[in-house]
Write a protein that binds this ligand. Structure first.
Ligand code: GDP
Length: 664
C-alpha cells in the first residue's frame, strides 16, 4: 500500500473545508456531509474555528483510494498563519490548491503557491464553486496563468457553469486540442521528451503522455487544473483520480536510520504530550529511544498510525507514514527526530515581527495565564513567549493583528482567562557596527566588586547578514578550566550558550544578530592551590560583563522589520493610494500597468502592515489587493526604539553585581 501525504490549501473561504468533507464522504470515511455553515465539519476541531468558520490548526484525516492511503493534512488558510502553513507544507508529498471560479486567484492563493513552489511540492489546482453565478472557465485559467504560474493544463471541460448542476468532463486521447496542448507544455520542461516527440510523433502514445504528465507534476514543474464544485460534488471524482494518478506517493527506506519531523504537538486530556511525526526514513517502534534536537532523548511509549479515518495504535510507524508518538516530553513543533536532514531540505520561516504584552483582566489569573500561554506556545509554533521577570509581564510575539484575537478567544474559551493586549510593537534586532573587545581579569581574591574567579576576554565583530550569532575560541588549551569542564568541546558549548543567552538583549534591549564573538583570553584558579577554585558559574556570570563591554565598544545599530508589499489597485486610484502609502512610511519601488490595474511593489515597516491592509478597501472601492511578507531588517532612522530589559542589565556593572550577588 502506498502512502500519500496530501494537503489542501486555499485562500480563506475558497472551499477547503467543504472540499475536505466531500473527499472524506467519497472515500467512505464519513456517512454524511457536514456543512461549514452549520459548524459540523470533521477537520475544524477548535471551537473558535467553528465560530469563525476558518481552520487554524492542522489536523490529519486519512482515507484509502484504490491502493493508496491518503493522509489529508489540514492547513490553516489565514495570512496571519503563513508560517504554520509552511511548516505543514514541508511534510507534504503533494497538494491541491483551490481557486474560486468566481473570485479567481486571491492574495493568499499567491502566497501559498509561492510557498509550494519554493518547497517544490507537486500541486494540482482545483477551480471550485463552478455552480456559482459568475463562475468562468477561461477567465479562471487566465487568472491562474497570469498570477500563479503559466505551467498549467486544464484536464477537462465544464458544462452548466453558474447553475445548480454544473459538470466537469475529463479530456481524453481523442481531444486533439488537449493532447497537442499537453505535448507543448511537457516539451517545454523536458528536452528528451521533446526529442522523442519530434522524431516520432506517431509513437508517443497517450499513455506515455499521461505518464510524462505525472512525472513532471511530481517534480512540481507543471500543474494540472481541475474544475468542480465542492458543494454539488461536480469534478470531485475526477480530482480524486487525479490525486492518485498524478501525485507521487511518499518515498523513503523503512530500513534506513530514522528521520522525521514533528509538525504538530497536542496534549492528551491527562496532559501527556503527543507529537505528530512525518517519517521520511526508517522505522520508529514502541520503546525505541529517540534522539532529537541535538542532545535531547526520549523513549517512545506509544505509537499510532493514521489509517482509514483516524489514528490506530500500532507497534511501529515507518518511512512515508504519519504517526502520533507518545513519550517524547521535550519535543516541539519543527523538532527533527533521528538523523537531521540536510539544510537544503529544511525550510525557513520568516520570524514573527511584532509583539504585544498580554495582561489578565483579573490580576489573580496571572499564574494561570502563564501556564496557559506556555501550553499554547508548545502546541502552536506561532506563539512565542517572553517572560519579563522584573516587571512581571508576559510578551507574545505575533505574525499579525488577527493572532491577538485568536489568542484572546482561546484563552477565554479553553482556559476561562480574560485578557487584554497592549499596543502591538515591532520586534527589532541589533547588529554590531564595528569591532570591540573587553577583558575581565581574574582577581586575587573574591570581593564584592570582583566576585568571579575567572579571566574572560571577548571580541565582537559584525558577521554576514542573516548569519545569527557565531562563537569561537581563540585561547590556549591550557587556559581552559578542565577541572570544571571535562573537555574543550564542553567548555566551548557552555560558553556559546551563555554568549547566545546574553545577546538576547543588546545595548538597546533588542536581540543581537549577525554577530561573531571570539574568546581571546581565559584564565582560572584550580584547586588545590585555591579551594574550591573557579566554578562553572564564575564563567557563566562573568561572561555578560565582558560581552557587553565588547559590544558597547563595537556599537550596534537597531534595525526594524520591513515587509515587502505587492499591491494591485484600479489605475484611477493611483494618486490616493500613493499618498496613503507615504503616510504609512511605505516606499513604492516598482510600478507597472496591467490592463486597467496598477501593480505596485515596495517596502513597508512591519508595524504598518495592518493599517495598510485595513485602509486599502476604503481607498480602492474594495478592489485593491495587497500581499505583504517579511523581507529584511533595516536600520531605523531617527529616534532609536529601545526595549525594556528583562535581565540584570550587565551594561551597568554595579547594578548587575548587586542583583547577581543577591541571587547567589
Ligand atoms: P474554507 O475557508 O476554504 O475552508 O472554505 P469553506 O469550505 O468554509 O467554504 C466557504 C464558503 O463557501 C461556505 O459558505 C461554503 O458553503 C461555500 N462553498 C464552498 N464550496 C462551494 C462550492 O463549490 N459552491 C458554492 N456555491 N459554495 C461553496
Amino acid at each position: 500500500m502506498r502512502t500519500l501525504n496530501l494537503g489542501i490549501v486555499a485562500h480563506v473561504d475558497a472551499g477547503k473545508t467543504t472540499l475536505t468533507e466531500r473527499l472524506l464522504f467519497a472515500a467512505g470515511v464519513i456517512d454524511e456531509i457536514g456543512r461549514v455553515d452549520d459548524g459540523s465539519t470533521q477537520t475544524d476541531t477548535l471551537t473558535l474555528e467553528r465560530q469563525r468558520g476558518i481552520t487554524i490548526k492542522s489536523a490529519v484525516v486519512s482515507f484509502v483510494i484504490d491502493d493508496v492511503t491518503v493522509n489529508l493534512i489540514d492547513t490553516p488558510g489565514h495570512p496571519d498563519f503563513i508560517a504554520e502553513v509552511e511548516r505543514v507544507l514541508g511534510v507534504l508529498d503533494g497538494a491541491v490548491l483551490i481557486v474560486s471560479a468566481v473570485e479567481g486567484v486571491q492574495s493568499q492563493t499567491r502566497l501559498l503557491m509561492r510557498a509550494l513552489q519554493r518547497l517544490r511540492v507537486p500541486t494540482l489546482i482545483f477551480v471550485n464553486k463552478i455552480d456559482r453565478v459568475g463562475a468562468q472557465y477561461e477567465r479562471s485559467l487566465r487568472s491562474i496563468a497570469e498570477r500563479l504560474t503559466p505551467a498549467i493544463i486544464p484536464l477537462g471541460s465544464t458544462s452548466g457553469l453558474g447553475t445548480r448542476s454544473p459538470g466537469f468532463a475529463p479530456y481524453g486521447a481523442v481531444d486533439a486540442d488537449f493532447t497537442s496542448g499537453l505535448v507543448d507544455l511537457l516539451a517545454d520542461h523536458d528536452d528528451t521528451f521533446l526529442a522523442a516527440y519530434v522524431n516520432d510523433e506517431a509513437t508517443v502514445s497517450y499513455r506515455r503522455l499521461r505518464g510524462e504528465l505525472a512525472a513532471q507534476t511530481g517534480q512540481a514543474l507543471v500543474h494540472p487544473v481541475f474544475f468542480g464544485s465542492a458543494i454539488t460534488g461536480a469534478g470531485v471524482d475526477e480530482l480524486i483520480s487525479g490525486i492518485t494518478e498524478l501525485l507521487p506517493a511518499a518515498e523513503g527506506d523503512v530500513d534506513s536510520p530514522v528521520s522525521g519531523v514533528v509538525f504538530k504537538v497536542e496534549r492528551a486530556p491527562a496532559g501527556e504530550k503527543i507529537a505528530y511525526v512525518r517519517m521520511f526514513s526508517g522505522t520508529v517502534r514502541v520503546r525505541d529511544l529517540l534522539r532529537f534536537d541535538r542532545d535531547e532523548e526520549g523513549k517512545v511509549t506509544g505509537v499510532s498510525v493514521f489509517e482509514r479515518g483516524s489514528a490506530v495504535q500500532r507497534a511501529s510507524v515507518a518511512a512515508g507514514q504519519i504517526g502520533k508518538l507518545r513519550g517524547l516530553g521535550e519535543v516541539r513543533i519543527g523538532t527533527e527526530i533521528g538523523e537531521q536532514r540536510t539544510t537544503q531540505e529544511r525550510h525557513y520561516f520568516a520570524p514573527p515581527t511584532l509583539e504585544t504584552v498580554v495582561v489578565p483582566s483579573r490580576s489573580a489569573d496571572k499564574g494561570a495565564l502563564h501556564v496557559a500561554l506556555t501550553q499554547l506556545a508548545e502546541q502552536d509554533p506561532l506563539i512565542n513567549l517572553r517572560q519579563d521577570d522584573i516587571r512581571q509581564e508576559l510578551h507574545v510575539s505575533l505574525y499579525g493583528e488577527v493572532q491577538k484575537e485568536v489568542i484572546g478567544a482561546t484563552l477565554a474559551n479553553d482556559y476561562d482567562i480574560d485578557v487584554e493586549f497592549r499596543e502591538t510593537t515591532a520586534i527589532c534586532v541589533e547588529r554590531p557596527i564595528g569591532v570591540g573587545a573587553a577583558v575581565e581579569l581574574l582577581p586575587k581574591a573574591r570581593s564584592p566588586t570582583t566576585p568571579f574567579l575567572a579571566t574572560i576576554g571577548l571580541r565582537v565583530e559584525p558577521a554576514a547578514l542573516d548569519s545569527g550569532v557565531q562563537f569561537g575560541l581563540d585561547v590556549q588549551v591550557g587556559s581552559i578550566p578542565t577541572h570544571v569542564f571535562k573537555t574543550v568541546e564542553a567548555f566551548h558549548e557552555a560558553m556559546e550558550r551563555t554568549v547566545i543567552e546574553t545577546l538576547r538583549q543588546g545595548i538597546y534591549g533588542w536581540e543581537v544578530t549577525d554577530c561573531s564573538v571570539t574568546m581571546i583570553d581565559c584564565d582560572y584558579q584550580a584547586p588545590p592551590r585555591r579551594w574550591p577554585g573557579t566554578t562553572a558559574s564564575d564563567f557563566r556570570l562573568l561572561t555578560p560583563l565582558a560581552l557587553m563591554g565588547a559590544l558597547k565598544q563595537a556599537g550596534t545599530v537597531v534595525c526594524e522589520p520591513i515587509h515587502r508589499f505587492h499591491l494591485e489597485i484600479p489605475s484611477d486610484m493611483f494618486g490616493v493610494t500613493v499618498s496613503a502609502l507615504a503616510r504609512l512610511r511605505a516606499v513604492p519601488q516598482t510600478q507597472k500597468m496591467q490592463g486597467s490595474s496598477y501593480l505596485l511593489e515596495g517596502e513597508v515597516p512591519a508595524t504598518r502592515v495592518h493599517e495598510l491592509q485595513q485602509q486599502l478597501p476604503a481607498l480602492t472601492r474594495g478592489e485593491g489587493l495587497v500581499e505583504c511578507e517579511f523581507d529584511s531588517y533595516r536600520a531605523v532612522r531617527g529616534k532609536i526604539p529601545t526595549r525594556p530589559r528583562t535581565d540584570y542589565n550587565p551594561l551597568n556593572r554595579k547594578e548587575y553585581l548587586l542583583h547577581v550577588m543577591r541571587r547567589v
